[in-house]
Design a protein around this ligand. Structure first.
Ligand code: ATP
Ligand code: 3PG
Length: 407
């Protein structure tokens, strides 16, 4: 049983609120899309209106990546969305951070710095070990309670997600509450059930594919995006140097063997792209798998028309479809067709569930709507849709209770 904001005595309480505002970032290192911030406004506004003292914790990007930036511009945007000043401090758990938290008055909000600027926050721990990290040890003395609204990060067993709820009375925020409500009953959805796995988080997608195929939750898995490219290579297709180098540079080379093992075990239920689109002379050019490899420097950027036709046929009979990750580089007009058409076909299915930060922003950009549920989470939604527990949710279930007011 997870406590919610309804169970929290908020007034005068200093609450650490973990949100997931991991977002696309512009070239000047500032926030490019505020959708994930907007999702958390209800939770934060409720805590502030109820006179809580709110310290916001979040990660942005991954170490070494282009989107690994400060949360300063997130704090500025949050201030606009909440319609009140929001402080930002360039520290997460050090003396400066503690001072900023102690300075909060009722109804005040401060955003602490990107949790992943500290190496422990990018490691996965058991909750008891996570509770002994510097972040938890540094923040526990200045927090009375912890709220986790970061459903999209709930599949990560990292200190701000599983360590803080081990030592503090803890509650689900409104986003967490509604996601658990909708996504908690995948086994009850109609069949045939189709999983569409695209995007660039190859190892997460392969984990999910293994799980749903082994458990019999998926009647079909359709692959697209970088995930589809990895499966094509695993199936012996020569995608050319540019796609292979990209997969190698992203650190996904080892995933090719895992994809091959999965094809051996469950290949009859896994669909691979039949054609891909490449950039040729500045335009979109489609190549059937038999015509590969592409020319020098050409990379598989989208699924092609015959793949779409094939995937549409599979989707026609589906009762439930679960989609994660774009089918191609949707940010480029030449390669958005696969994502737009595939997702559009999915809106006709009785239960259509979409996960993924980039996926949600792709759909907004492409004007595709009409799904049963668009989750704030990508990997987290997928993990949940495999009917597996999420470490951060388990940590909330096991959290200590808030002491009674007169204790
Ligand atoms: N064929 C491709 N080659 C290179 N990049 C691709 C290709 N297909 C998709 N992508 C990229 O994948 C990225 C999105 O993938 P990602 O797995 O992060 O999806 P997501 O919806 O954000 O999921 P999550 O919420 O888990 O992050 C996009 O930036 C898109 O350009
Ligand atoms: O975007 C996401 O899926 C979450 O913010 C988690 O990010 P991560 O995959 O970098 O842990």
């Amino acid at each position: 049983m997870i406590a919610t904001l309804d169970d929290l005595d908020v007034e005068g309480t200093t609450v650490g609120v973990r949100v997931d505002v991991n977002s696309p970032i512009d070239d000047d290192d500032t926030l490019a899309d505020d959708a994930r911030l907007r999702a958390h406004v209800d939770t934060l506004a409720e805590l502030l209106e109820r006179d809580g003292r709110v310290a916001v914790l979040a990660h942005q990007g991954r170490p070494g990546g282009d989107e690994f930036v400060s949360l300063e511009s997130h704090a500025e945007r949050l201030s606009e969305l909440l319609g009140q000043p929001v402080d930002y401090v360039d520290a997460t758990f050090t003396a400066a951070a503690r001072e900023a938290v102690r300075d909060l008055e009722d109804g005040d909000c401060v955003v602490l710095e990107n949790t992943r600027f500290y190496s422990e926050e990018y490691m996965e721990f058991e909750p008891e070990r996570a509770a002994r990290t510097h972040l938890v040890a540094g923040l526990e003395p200045v927090l009375d309670a912890y709220v986790n609204d970061a459903f999209a990060a709930a599949h990560r067993s990292q200190p701000s997600l599983v360590g803080l709820p081990t030592v503090l009375p803890s509650y689900a925020g409104r986003v967490m509450e509604s996601e658990l409500d909708v996504l908690g009953s995948i086994e009850e959805t109609g069949e045939p059930r189709v999983y569409v796995l695209g995007g660039a988080k190859v190892s997460d997608s392969i984990d999910v594919a293994w799980s749903v195929l082994e458990k019999g939750l998926a009647d079909h898995v359709l692959t697209a995006g970088v995930v589809g490219n990895v499966f094509l290579i695993a199936d012996g297709v020569d995608l050319g140097d540019a796609s292979s180098d990209f997969i190698y540079d992203q650190g996904y080379w080892d995933e090719i063997d895992r994809a091959a093992d999965l094809l051996d075990a469950h290949g009859d239920r896994i669909a691979l792209p039949r054609d891909v689109a490449v950039d040729r002379d500045g335009g979109r050019h489609e190549l059937g798998v038999n015509a590969l490899p592409p020319g020098d420097g050409e990379s598989a950027m989208d699924i092609g028309g015959s793949t779409l036709e094939y995937y549409r046929r599979v989707l026609e009979d589906a009762e439930t479809v679960i989609l994660n990750g774009p089918a191609g580089v949707f940010e480029d007009d030449r390669f958005e067709t696969g994502t737009r058409q595939l997702y559009d076909a999915a809106t006709d299915i009785p239960t259509s569930i979409v996960g993924g930060g980039d996926t949600a922003s792709a759909l907004r950009q492409l004007g595709v709507e009409g799904f049963s549920h668009v989750s704030t989470g990508g990997g987290a939604a997928l993990r949940m849709l495999t009917a597996e527990s999420l470490p951060a949710v388990t940590a909330l279930e096991n959290a200590p209770e808030q002491p009674a007011a007169d204790d």
